[in-house]
Design a protein around this ligand. Structure first.
Ligand code: TYM
Length: 312
């Protein structure tokens, strides 16, 4: 009778971009009604990079508005904030005690930060075990994410196996769902779209902000078409139509960018309009309700975990 479980989460570390949307939110929205679905705000994960309490508070509300505006019905999915469900950090600790330091040192996200000379705090180091707890507490089957999270879902599977081998079978091994074509949405410079590269197209920006981002797309004249423009364009317009449009506008990058601005705006405007009608009170009610439901499910699981490890 039980449906399979779908869960994903996004860090509330700043404005979401279209890479977040096409890589994770849209795949979640397309699937979630057929599952028991959870959509989390990873606010404790955001603390690895964000130290401004006002920004932390604001971003949480903004991300929930983004979820609702993207078409997630809070009656059909449990939308909740990680920090209001204590089981997440509690289970993360238990996983921390099962995995080795060299194992965590393989983490791409951690290695990247170290390589860039950014602060590699201990939270960033153990980050994958908090994410494993996020996923495993709900017996998740499927995790829609972008390519950059593949390793983290693998880590969640490893944590499940390590726990099950040590204490007995309690956790299900989840699978990532990474859709081809959107696993790595490129930014305005052709590299992976990412806040830290400052190459993003905002998901809920005004038309002017979209235009500014599109006009900054780096074009090179070596091929038949400006690949960085095309790569974003194909997210919002059919590729057969694009083939003829790009064919008849060869070399006319300005016209192609202007068309991309119009097509992006047409695609995103309905969500932007919907978002404008969502209030902070709506968000508070959704988080309250979602938190209560997530706590009920995760607490039942934690009781079994505490017994299994011997603290209860
Ligand atoms: P985060 O907040 O960095 O990114 C949120 C989601 O957006 C996807 N994404 C992209 N997809 C395609 N192309 C891009 N350029 C792009 N940029 C970002 C990410 O892959 C991700 O799916 N650790 C996670 C948050 C998290 C989580 C979880 C996810 C915490 N707990 C449990 C799933 C399940 C993260 O930092 O994502």
């Amino acid at each position: 009778m039980n449906k399979p479980v779908l869960l994903t989460g996004l860090q509330s570390s700043g404005e979401l971009h279209i890479g977040n949307y096409f890589g994770a939110i849209k795949p979640f929205v397309d699937l979630y009604e057929a599952y028991d679905s959870y959509l989390m705000v990873a606010d404790y994960h955001a603390l690895t990079s964000l130290k401004d309490p006002e920004a932390v508070r604001k971003n949480i509300v903004e991300v929930v508005k983004d979820y609702l505006a993207s078409g997630v019905d809070p009656k059909k999915a449990i939308i909740f904030k990680q920090s209001t469900v204590p089981a997440h950090t509690e289970l993360a600790w238990i996983f921390d005690c099962l995995v080795s330091v060299p194992f965590l040192m393989q983490g791409h996200a951690y290695k990247d930060k170290v390589a860039k000379g950014l602060e590699a705090n201990a939270g960033l180091f153990t980050y994958p075990m908090l994410m494993a707890a996020d996923i495993l507490l709900y017996d998740t089957d499927v995790v829609p994410v972008g390519e950059d999270q593949r390793q983290h879902v693998e880590y969640a599977r490893e944590a499940a196996v390590k726990f099950n081998n040590t204490y007995g079978e309690l956790f299900k091994e989840p699978k990532e769902k990474i859709l081809s074509g959107v696993g790595v949405v490129p930014g305005t410079d052709g590299k992976k779209m990412s806040k830290s590269y400052k190459n993003t197209v905002p998901l809920f920006g005004t038309k002017d902000e979209l235009a500014k981002a599109v006009m900054s797309i780096v074009t090179d004249s070596s091929g038949d078409r400006p690949e960085n423009v095309y790569a974003i364009h194909k997210l919002v317009r059919d590729e057969t139509e694009l083939t003829s449009i790009y064919g008849s506008n060869q070399g006319n990058y300005k016209a192609l960018k202007e068309m991309l601005i119009e097509d992006l705006d047409r695609y995103l405007a309905p969500m932007r309009e919907k978002r404008a009608s969502i209030t902070s009170a709506d968000v508070a009610a959704v988080l309250e309700d979602g938190g209560r439901q997530a706590r009920a499910v995760s607490e039942a699981k934690m009781e079994k975990v505490r017994k299994a490890v011997g603290v209860a």
